[in-house]
Design a protein around this ligand. Structure first.
Ligand code: FES
Length: 154
């Protein structure tokens, strides 16, 4: 879907900017918002590029750098940290062969830090795309990654 189709669908209104940016990111093919899309959007919505980049830098769910098909957000806030999020980070890094902030060579996963996901009751927790996974341990992390990898999919 093109930027202009997305704006038409959501409505060319500043109030819809976040949703429009989400849609642009989702349809980018690499989970990011490209510079040319930002410039086109600024023109279509009659707002400045700085306005858009300011919004993008405020929200951690947006990226202007290419990312993997699946975004893993590991919670690093205190309740998860106390419950062992560092061990989960180790397990994820070993399983994926990447460090925090990196994307796997097959472009399947990007590993990112996150603040509280709002599911502290099941700490340590992480989110992959739109799904939250809690009460994590190294074995569970490995199984989750295997199952997403096998699903082959989106
Ligand atoms: S602190 Fe990790 S989910 Fe709240």
């Amino acid at each position: 879907m093109t930027v202009s189709e997305i704006v038409d669908r959501r409505g060319n209104n500043r109030e819809n900017l976040l949703q429009i940016l989400h849609d642009i990111q989702d349809s980018s093919g690499d989970n990011s918002i490209h510079r040319d899309a930002i410039e086109e959007l600024a023109k279509i919505m009659d707002i400045t590029v700085a306005d858009i980049t300011g919004t993008l830098s405020f929200y951690t769910m947006f990226s202007t750098k290419p990312r993997g098909r699946h975004i893993i957000r590991l919670c690093e806030s205190p309740p998860c940290y106390i419950m062992g999020s560092e061990n989960i980070l180790d397990a994820l890094q070993k399983k994926l062969g990447v460090k925090l902030g990196e994307t796997t060579p097959d472009k399947k996963f990007t590993l990112e830090p996150s603040s509280c996901l709002g599911t502290c009751g099941v700490a340590p927790a992480m989110m992959i795309d739109d799904e939250v996974y809690g009460n994590l341990n190294a074995k569970k992390v490995s199984e989750i990654i295997d199952s997403i990898s096998k699903s082959g999919g989106n």
